[in-house]
Design a protein around this ligand. Structure first.
Ligand SMILES: Nc1ncnc2c1ncn2[C@@H]1O[C@H](COP(=O)(O)OP(=O)(O)OP(=O)(O)O)[C@@H](O)[C@H]1O
Length: 239
């Protein structure tokens, strides 16, 4: 196996990559409030991988969006690598997210008019790397994921599994401390999903990134360090 491309960012090693404390989130449903998260406490240590296995509608996406600073909680606190996000302005939240978090969505959300290489290079250029540096890392990551012969393909010229591998490479491009994945293989057939899982678990191990991965796939969940579920709006540890 080739050397793993880059590791998770250093510094503040003892702080958990992610800490959720008393996180609550409700949605207005007509005159009623739908309480989805009712006091979520969750700690993901640096380098630890956690599977979130919970029924549809239980609040997995909501939890991941709050952890990824894409959505606000109504109550409670979110700490990323020891930094409290409670009083950050939008610009600071965005910066903290860019520096520390990689996100993989169920549907890849790649930019259709750009190649696989450009999709992976872009977040690095936004962060200030030169085109040459960003391209080199993007090429390394994509090659590691078995896409070395697909660098110039646009998403529409890639299979579903290949698109999702590009999305994995994009999420890890900036060597984040924390990887959040929302059903990363939910829209793939079982065989393709196995390949993507393999690539994902291998990269999580190789880079030492902390990961919180929502999945219905118990096989993937069994390969993570811990498994948790959502019960009545709270995170509960599974055996
Ligand atoms: N913007 C919103 N407004 C109102 N209700 C919402 C909103 N977003 C989510 N919900 C509700 O909150 C609940 C949790 O949604 P969420 O998407 O977090 O669940 P999930 O566990 O990720 O589900 P799935 O596995 O089906 O993706 C659902 O019942 C959903 O209908």
């Amino acid at each position: 196996m080739a050397a793993p491309p880059g590791g998770a960012g250093g510094g503040e090693k003892r702080e958990p990559a992610l800490l959720l404390a008393g996180v609550k989130r409700r949605y207005a449903q007509g005159a009623q409030a739908l309480e989805i998260l009712r006091g979520v406490d969750l700690k993901v240590a640096q380098g630890q991988s956690v599977a979130l296995v919970a029924p549809s509608g239980s609040g997995k996406s909501t939890l991941l969006h709050i952890a990824g600073l894409l959505e606000h909680s109504d109550e409670g606190e979110v700490f990323i690598a020891g930094t409290s996000t409670a009083r950050l302005a939008d610009r600071e939240r965005t910066r903290l997210r860019r520096l520390n978090i990689g996100f993989i969505y169920q549907f890849h959300h790649l930019l259709g008019e750009f190649s696989a290489l450009e999709n992976v290079a872009m977040p690095q250029m936004i962060r200030g790397l030169s085109r040459a540096q960003a391209d080199a890392r993007a090429k390394e990551l994509l090659t590691y994921l078995g896409l070395g012969a697909r660098l110039t393909h646009r998403p529409s010229e890639l299979s579903g599994g290949e698109q999702q591998r590009v999305a994995i490479a994009r999420a890890l491009a900036n060597a984040p401390r924390l990887l959040l994945a929302d059903e990363p293989t939910g829209n793939l057939d079982p065989r393709t999903s196995d390949h993507v899982f393999g690539a994902l678990t291998e990269l999580v191990r190789a880079t030492g990134v902390a990961a919180l991965i929502a999945t219905h796939n118990l096989e993937l969940a069994s390969r993570m360090d811990r498994r948790v579920t959502l019960r009545e709006g709270k995170v509960v540890e599974l055996a």
